[in-house]
Design a protein around this ligand. Structure first.
Ligand code: ADP
Ligand code: ASP
Ligand code: MG
Length: 405
């Protein structure tokens, strides 16, 4: 008998029919003799809708009330899925994050799990029931309801799988697994049968929306095997696991892209110790997540620093950096919100030179200009014009031979 955590995303529980399908699938798993813990997201686009409503009633959004509001989406879904299970004779009971033992910090809207105490969930399993957990939620050390952030249901699933020592954690979504690139951009993208935590982490950090990056981090830290698969076709998906040491690694496994960031440039900065420290400390204190950073060679004692920030933080970051520019004696600050980032990811890069060169040649042949470059041991990223990013993805996916044969 195996213990399996099954998590269903918004599209997979979007309406009554979808919920009945999920219930059927769970029933089949249970009748096969396995134990199931179910984790559900809010129905369809409900989280977005709740956020929109909050914006309509007020410009003030206290974290505590926002979390109370948003977690209501998952609460609704878990009760309804439970009823669908009862309807077909599967004994089940729903649990909020608090009831399921998810203890978090007090950072509303993006709370971090500090402990999982799954006693009630385990008791429910022992009693022969299917526990159904509302995803992305917990209770804080101050005893308030907390939300784990967008995409947090994936993290709920991984964390409960770890806490219970489950045999597998299945993340059901609207595609059949993790693809070599976004299948909406390249229809010939191929589903991967397996991928390592490290590669998937690089993919999710550079624009692949599935699974949520934090859940992959949690899975890697605790060695939870993931299976990303479709709730519509039920076919075998993508397994996420430790890299097999002597496996022949693909040099490039995937191409990702991200349009969520903007570029800022601080020009004419005095080239002396402490300037970068001042600028980036100020941004860190504002909780602006700075990503790629490039500093030019200096000429006549001044230099330029460019970096990327999330669109959502651009206005704030610009305002403060403009003020700082005067303080540190810089020439000025400019921004560009029409950039995008394209990346190639692959564990085989570690031992194969030339990936960056091929990437740059491919972009050059497509006349896509490169504005910034950054690398890790298993990734090369380029900032390009946002309007050309999908062309860049297509041509790179082709150049590295990733398409369906
Ligand atoms: P859910 O609603 O199930 O939580 P999302 O809608 O956030 O999931 O993410 C799933 C979508 O991510 C897919 O529909 C797919 O179009 C897109 N996607 C982008 N890049 C990839 C990729 N490399 N592999 C798989 N899906 C991808
Ligand atoms: N419903 C939440 C969201 O859309 C949490 C989740 O589904 O993971 O972000
Ligand atoms: Mg979706």
């Amino acid at each position: 008998m195996a213990l399996i955590v099954q998590k269903f995303g918004g599209t997979s529980v979007a309406d009554a029919d979808r919920m009945r399908e999920v219930a059927d699938h769970v029933a089949r798993t249970v009748r096969r003799g396995d134990q199931v813990v179910l984790v559900v997201s809010a129905m369809g686009k409900e989280t977005d809708e709740l956020l929109r409503l909050a914006g309509e009633v007020s410009v003030v959004h206290p974290g505590r009330e926002m979390d109370m509001l948003i977690t209501a989406g998952e609460r609704k879904a878990m009760a309804l899925v439970c009823m669908a299970l009862h309807h077909i004779g599967v004994d089940s009971e729903s649990f909020t994050g608090s009831q399921a033992g998810f203890l978090t910090d007090t950072n509303h809207q993006n709370a971090k799990i500090v402990d999982v105490r799954p006693d009630r969930v385990r008791a429910s399993l022992d009693a022969g029931r299917v526990p159904v957990l509302g995803g992305s939620q917990g209770v804080s050390t101050d005893n308030d309801v907390t939300f784990l952030g967008r995409g947090g249901s994936d993290t709920t699933a991984v964390a409960i799988a770890h806490a219970l020592g489950a045999d597998a954690c299945e993340l059901y979504t609207d595609v059949t697994g993790v693809f070599t690139t976004d299948p909406r951009v390249v229809p010939t993208a191929r589903r991967m049968s397996a991928i390592s935590y490290d590669e998937l982490l690089e993919m999710t950090a550079t624009g692949c929306p599935k699974p949520a990056m934090r859940s992959v981090e949690y899975a890697r830290t605790h060695g939870v095997r993931l299976h990303v698969r479709s709730a519509f076709t039920w076919q075998e998906g993508t397994w996420v696991d430790e890299e097999v040491p002597d496996m022949e690694q693909a040099i490039v496994s995937a191409v990702t892209h991200d349009t969520s960031e903007a570029k800022m440039t601080l020009a004419g900065v005095p080239d002396q110790p402490g300037v970068a420290a001042t600028v980036f400390r100020a941004l860190a204190d504002l909780e602006v997540n700075v990503d790629m950073i490039v500093q030019n060679v200096s000429a006549q004692g001044v230099t330029d620093i460019s970096f990327t920030v999330p669109h959502a933080d651009l206005a704030r970051a610009m305002e403060h950096t403009k003020r700082l520019a005067t303080e540190v004696g810089a020439g000025g600050v400019t921004s560009d919100d029409s950039i995008a980032r394209v990346s190639v990811v692959g564990a085989g890069m570690r031992s194969n030179p030339g990936v960056a060169a091929t990437m740059f040649e491919t972009l050059a042949a497509a006349e896509v200009n490169i504005q910034m470059i950054s690398t890790s041991a298993i990734r090369v990223s380029c900032v390009v014009d946002g309007e050309r990013v999908e062309d860049a993805v297509r041509t790179l996916h082709d150049a590295f031979g990733l398409a369906e044969a």
